[in-house]
Design a protein around this ligand. Structure first.
Ligand SMILES: [Cu+2]
Length: 315
């Protein structure tokens, strides 16, 4: 089933990703559920925005997908029992961890499967990845977003934060094609030499970010729009908003105690930063990393294509 059809079917009890502006406000599901997910860890080729094909690793959910071009992503409720069966089709052992919720786990050998079970933690934004290969797993793309909604069924980031009108999940990451090609060719790569040359939001680079409904942040004046920045990459992302000031609600699920309205928020490595954007004016504005190479694609700046640049569109 195509993901769009899946989203339209509006099934509850599924972990398939349905957190984007156009598809939110599904009826809250209050009771805890058991969620079973299959993820295939595999090597594949990803087409960069400039047409170059680069070998990557990914977690692929055959029954769903993540936002944008991501091949997996989980949306569950606090307290759900989640069983993730990882089939490892890579050439080495990996594992499945959730920084901040499941710090370590046994590995699954190449060619084998293992089921990782956990209880969905406190509401907020998380990601899953591998951590038995140093940073190589993340650098190769082996990660996906995990969104945990409050158990009270509210459309809010946490049980105590105010309701939002719509929410977007924006996964930030990048790759260094020298690393990817080295790993693909069975070589090693020293992360000290990591110098990424492609940057993504939900696996997409500009201008594709502006045409996918999961990365084109479409809003209406008067709304409070939640944005979950999930940094699964190996660098920081200082996310800068044009046109709006935003309120940081939490960083790695820790509530922001001193709330300052700001136009830039740092999303550190391994960090999930949840914000609310009060839409106080109409227009089209960029949202981008202030790390300038982050808006490029192999050295090309924005036109005709670029990196982790997205468009905020309010009417
Ligand atoms: Cu700017």
């Amino acid at each position: 089933m195509k993901r769009r059809e899946f989203l339209k079917s509006g099934l509850t009890g599924t972990a398939a990703f349905a957190v984007s502006g156009l598809t939110l406000l599904s009826a809250g599901r209050v009771e805890a559920a058991t969620v079973n997910v299959n993820l295939i860890a595999e090597s594949t080729f990803k087409n960069m925005v400039d047409g170059v094909s680069v070998p990557v690793w990914q977690f692929r959910d055959p029954n769903g997908s993540g936002p944008g071009a991501l091949t997996s992503g989980l949306v569950v409720n606090e307290g759900d029992t989640v069983n993730v069966t990882v089939t490892n089709n890579l050439d080495r052992a990996i594992n499945f961890v959730i920084p901040g919720a499941m710090a370590s786990s046994p590995s699954v050998a190449a060619g084998a499967s293992r089921t990782y079970s956990f209880t969905a933690p406190t509401a907020g934004s998380y990601f899953y990845t591998d951590n038995v290969n140093g940073e190589i797993g993340k650098a190769m793309g082996l990660s996906g977003p995990l969104v945990v909604m409050p158990s009270n069924g509210a459309n809010s980031l946490t049980a105590n934060s105010g309701a939002f009108d719509r929410q977007y999940t924006l996964v930030m990451n990048e790759l260094d094609d020298r690393l990817n090609n080295a790993i693909y060719n069975g070589q090693s790569y020293d992360m000290a030499n990591y110098e990424p040359n492609y940057y993504f939001v939900n696996g997409l680079s500009y201008p594709n970010t502006a045409s996918d409904s999961d990365t084109l942040v479409a809003m209406n004046v008067g709304e409070n729009v939640a944005i979950r920045f999930i940094n699964t990459g190996c660098i920081t992302y200082p996310e800068h908003f044009h046109g709006y000031h935003v309120n940081v609600i939490s960083r790695n699920r820790v509530p922001e105690t001193v709330a300052i309205s700001k136009d830039t928020t740092q999303v550190e490595r391994d960090m999930c930063t949840d914000i609310i954007l009060p839409v106080n004016q109409a227009g089209a504005y960029p949202l981008h990393t202030h790390y300038v190479p982050g808006v490029t694609a192999n050295g090309v700046y924005v036109y005709p294509y670029g990196g982790a640049l997205i468009v905020l569109l309010a009417s």
